[in-house]
Design a protein around this ligand. Sequence first.
Ligand SMILES: [Zn+2]
Length: 281
Amino acid sequence: MPQTANPLKQFFRQPSIYLRLPSLGQYWDQAKIDMPPNKELPVYPMTAIDEITYRTPDALFNGQAVVNVIQSCIPAIRDAWNMPGCDLNAILVAIRIASYGHEMEMTIKCPKCETDSDFILDLRIVLDKLTCPDYNKAMQQGDLEITFTPITYQHQNETNLKQFDQQRLIQQIQMSDQLTDEQKIEQLNETLQKITNLTIETLKYSIASIRTPQSLVTEPEFIQEFLVNCDRKFFTEIRDHIIDLRQKSEIESINVTCSHCNHKWPQNLTLDQAAFFGDAS
Ligand SMILES: [Zn+2]
């Protein structure tokens, strides 16, 4: 008689670490995450399928691969598209630790003498330093009070793809030998306009509310209309504030010393996915 329950189940992967999100679950749609009372999410190592998914360059690009791997390794996250941007780095670092351990070997080229140095990064320290700023803290602007929210992975991904398209278009216009100079200028202007619109879109999704003396505005379309029509100075202040908030959830640069010439410099770390998950085996 065939067995109904798989006796191998007890040998399936187990959680290898527990993750406390920088946001502690704030800014999430609560239907999209099962937050345990102690706020510690179990993180499972990647399966072979996850690893293949992650390393496929095309799938990487639309964000679906990232989402699939996150939902596979942290099943408490039901919809990773909904994840606020301030948690993304911590989630990726935790999955990397759960899958390959906390030490990450890196080769870094000294900017001064160009010697390659091997370097071991302790990802536990990186993870501990990741924080989420207080997006609820209001910004006062004359009669207006603005509160913020981190952009979701879905919106971030959409904007990144559109931005990439526009940048590719700029290159094509510049390289073109079919277009006259006037046509090039005209098309470049059009493209730059579209890029500005994308910035406005990102800002729109980063604003939770704008309070006027009479009312509270949370409708994204009204906020967008306001951003298009407010004065330049006001716009710049809002934009800089949002950039500043986003930078607070970035990974801190690490101080590196060259073993050859003793030159010291701050090295930026980016979680470029293919490299981040590709070098371990
Ligand atoms: Zn050097």
